[in-house]
Design a protein around this ligand. Structure first.
Ligand code: PLP
Length: 430
């Protein structure tokens, strides 16, 4: 590969005028599969995972890929083959992990609204742990497990009341958040859990938020978690594992989040200092494993210069890539083939009938209709939040491995979209 020339995207680089993913020209993939199209680099995913593995070298750790970031079977398969466990938040997530070859025993089940049916199925397949988010959930889980003659392995998700200094929609560890058990209720909740017939306490966990770019909130959360471990164990409830959640940010626009390897070495020094270094540890990274391993390719449909704004209308929209509309998130947008013409300033917008359907504001681009663009950092929370809004089929996904391109999801057709619907029979006969 040529030297990386897109910050934060070492597996996507220009060779001459053309943007490549590993050994493959992205323009060739767009030609073959159409646009919008998601392209992921397997090398980038494994490199991101390797940073965590370096940070935890020599420790007992289970890295559980938070698959909500990107639940494609072909992506799950990469992490399953690399030995990862999985953080899931629904029965559907669990089915995906099992279908992609993940091990049930390495699944941890997070989420505030698990249903009885999901609990039953998770117990049947033998998942590793339920990350329980409330006392009410604990009661139901125990009841379900007792009815099956089992004890559910449980970790309580605690709310350490730490501000992750990120977007409010992705802050989860503050006192008023719907997630986790409040700090002051943690010890009594563990005492109750330990006395329940259908529960086996195995651990403790927290997750303070996502796209965290500073180490401070992590260090605070670690300290508060270790205080809680001491308090829970002093109350007579031993804990086998400590799970620090996910949340490490990525470079979308020049952010400089800590390297996972270095961050974990630092956190482990804190654990060692307090005598917890040899515990079974867990982490649940999502975005930092896949976010910068993916791009979304899109074609310029029309240019619409205006008095105050110039619009570059592309064929990918908020249904494909909801982050800008949802969080005002920034994604770099670059051409697949660089033009030598002078750049103009464009709002890059999608075809959807919503003013919120934009991918980037005020971008300097030299573009013409028919040109292809790449929306960078699209590996996490893009396809996983894609929808059929405006009856648009979901885009295909390609996993690149060196010079090989694997189609891991074909483009969704109208027949796919309509297959679960039907007309009202009495009216259809009229
Ligand atoms: N764990 C839990 C419980 C989460 O809710 C999330 C995401 O919101 C994650 C892990 C993954 O976070 P991230 O993708 O920021 O690493």
């Amino acid at each position: 590969m040529t030297a990386p020339n897109l910050p934060g995207q070492p597996y996507f680089a220009y060779r001459g005028n053309d943007l490549f993913c590993e050994e493959i020209r992205l323009g060739d993939l767009a030609q073959a599969h159409g646009t919008p199209l998601f392209v992921y680099s397997k090398g980038a995913m494994l490199a991101a995972l390797a940073a965590y593995q370096r940070g935890f070298a020599g420790r007992k750790v289970q890295i559980c890929y938070a698959m909500k970031a990107n639940p494609a079977l072909g992506v799950i398969q990469v992490f399953a083959q690399a030995g990862c466990g999985f953080d899931i938040v629904s029965g559907g997530d669990m089915d995906r992990v099992l279908a992609a070859g993940g091990q049930a025993g390495k699944i941890i089940f997070s989420g505030v609204g698990k249903t009885r049916a999901e609990m039953r199925r998770a117990l049947e397949v033998g998942i590793g742990c339920f990350n329980v988010e409330s006392e009410a959930e604990l009661d139901v889980l125990s009841e379900v497990a007792v009815a099956m003659g089992l004890r559910a392995p449980v970790s309580i998700r605690v709310n350490p009341n730490v501000d992750p200094q990120t977007h409010p929609y992705i802050s989860t560890g503050l006192k008023d958040s719907k997630f986790g058990v409040a700090h002051e209720r943690v010890v009594p909740t563990y005492q109750r859990a330990a006395s329940m017939a259908g529960v086996r306490v195995v651990g403790i966990d927290c997750h303070i938020g996502s796209q965290i770019t500073q180490e401070g909130p992590y260090l605070d959360a670690v300290d508060r978690m270790l205080d809680l471990v001491e308090a829970v164990e002093a109350a007579g409830v031993p804990l086998q594992h400590i799970d620090f959640g996910g949340g490490l940010g990525i470079d979308y626009q020049g952010e400089t989040p800590p390297d996972a390897g270095l961050l974990w070495q630092k956190l482990l020094a804190r654990l060692d200092a307090r005598g917890f270094g040899q515990r079974q540890l867990m982490v649940e990274p999502g975005r930092s494993l896949v976010g910068n391993a993916g791009v979304c390719l899109s074609e310029v449909l029309y240019l619409k210069p205006g008095e105050h704004k110039n619009f570059c209308i592309v064929d990918a929209g908020m249904n494909d890539l909801p982050r800008p509309a949802l969080y005002q998130a920034f994604h770099q947008i670059v051409p697949l083939s660089q033009r030598q013409d002078a750049a103009q300033t464009w709002d890059v917008v999608g075809p959807i009938c919503e003013s919120g359907d934009w991918l980037g504001h005020d971008r300097a681009l030299a573009v013409q209709p028919g040109d292809l663009l790449a929306v960078l950092s699209s590996g996490a929370y893009c396809m996983s939040m894609a929808s059929n809004y405006n009856s648009r089929g979901r885009a295909p996904e390609i996993l690149v491995e060196g010079a090989q391109a694997h189609l891991i999801r074909r483009r969704e057709t109208m027949a796919d979209q309509m297959q679960s619907e039907c007309l009202v029979e009495s009216q259809a006969r009229k």
